[in-house]
Design a protein around this ligand. Structure first.
Ligand code: SF4
Length: 335
């Protein structure tokens, strides 16, 4: 991955506000600001981790990028084209280059279709291969994801969760995409096989120079696969940094709290877990000032009224907090 090339994906001020309707006439009485103005870019061959608690907007952001749901506003530039203004036909051809791996591999596979038939259909719909060429390609795809070509005539219910997710990955790879949005690809799997699927995704990314937006709800999942990590809270990115900087010098209290929740394998490095007060506030009515202030262990009066912008504090490292130096100093005593 190089950092001085043109980004493959550039997201600018992306928003998705879902209307809240009430009454018999279904009048709009408010909006759930699921994604509320996020900007980031991803270089070709880069893995960007997108992390936050459930309800922070990360999955909605991933789907807006692929236009599986329509964004309310903002720009998504992919491979030199503006995705948000493409017609349905143009979008269909772009889908070859932008694929998604879903969280729940079972519900994303057709239970009445064998694996072979499903993968051949993908190849045929995109005009990539038919007949014997398709059969050969399907066998290759299964091998790529660590499965046997003998599995070709089996149905989804005949596989384990991990195998089903491998099939989901094979389906995404079938069209030769440039970008894969991996939407919590391991969170529905047993802990014992999560590492295998992460390793597979990492190996494929390296072999094929793929670009990932890797969505997860905790930082331990993305640590070894991401080049950079964006931490989301209540529809916004609150910290964005190269992985090493984020894990070693977190500069937002929310990131510090997420890091404190990662179990330490070294018994001599036990750290105190920071338990955040209360639940995530409603994205329909975000708190004033800094959105994190009701749960922040470093909040001051200024935080209740002044919304901190996402500012760069070191090359490539940005945080949305008024006191990044103090946070770093505090983190070094806590983690
Ligand atoms: Fe906490 Fe204040 Fe920083 Fe927000 S601006 S994260 S409330 S210290």
């Amino acid at each position: 991955m190089t950092s001085d090339t043109t980004p493959l994906l550039e997201v600018t001020d992306l928003r998705k506000h879902f209307p809240i309707r009430s009454g018999l006439l279904g009048r709009v009485t408010g909006h759930v600001r699921a994604v509320d103005g996020i900007s980031f870019s991803v270089q070709p061959g880069e893995v960007l981790g997108l992390v936050g608690e459930s309800g922070c907007g990360k999955t909605t952001a991933g789907r807006c990028i692929l236009r599986l749901i329509e964004p309310t506003s903002g720009q998504v530039r992919f491979d030199g084209r503006e995705v948000t203004t493409l017609s349905r036909r143009e979008l269909r051809s772009l889908r070859r280059d932008m694929q998604i791996v879903f969280q729940d591999p079972y519900s994303s596979l057709n239970p009445r279709q064998t694996v072979g038939s499903m993968l051949r259909e993908v190849l045929s719909v995109h005009g990539l291969a038919t007949g014997q060429a398709a059969r050969t390609r399907v066998a290759d795809l299964l091998r790529m994801v660590g499965m046997s070509p003998h599995h070709i005539s089996r149905y989804p219910h005949e596989f384990s969760g991990g195998q089903r997710q491998r099939i989901g990955i094979a389906r995404a790879l079938a069209v030769g995409p440039k970008l894969i949005v991996a939407d919590e690809p391991i969170s529905a799997l047993d802990v014992s096989i999560q590492a295998q699927v992460i390793n597979l995704l990492r190996d494929l990314q390296q072999q094929m120079s793929l670009t990932y937006v890797f969505i997860a709800h905790n930082l331990s999942v993305v640590e070894h696969i991401s080049d950079r990590v964006a931490v989301m809270y209540l529809g916004r990115i609150v910290e964005l940094a190269p992985s090493r900087a984020l894990y070693q010098r977190p500069s937002h209290p929310y990131t510090v709290s997420l890091l404190s929740a990662i179990p330490q394998p070294d018994p001599d490095r036990v750290h105190k877990r920071i338990v955040l007060a209360g639940d995530v506030p409603s994205p329909a009515n975000p708190p004033s000032g800094c959105r994190f202030h009701p749960r922040c262990f470093m909040a001051t009066d200024r935080c209740r009224v002044e919304d901190p912008p996402l500012l760069e504090i070191a090359p490539g490292h940005a945080t949305a907090c008024h006191f990044p130096d103090e946070v770093r100093a505090r983190a070094s005593t806590l983690l």
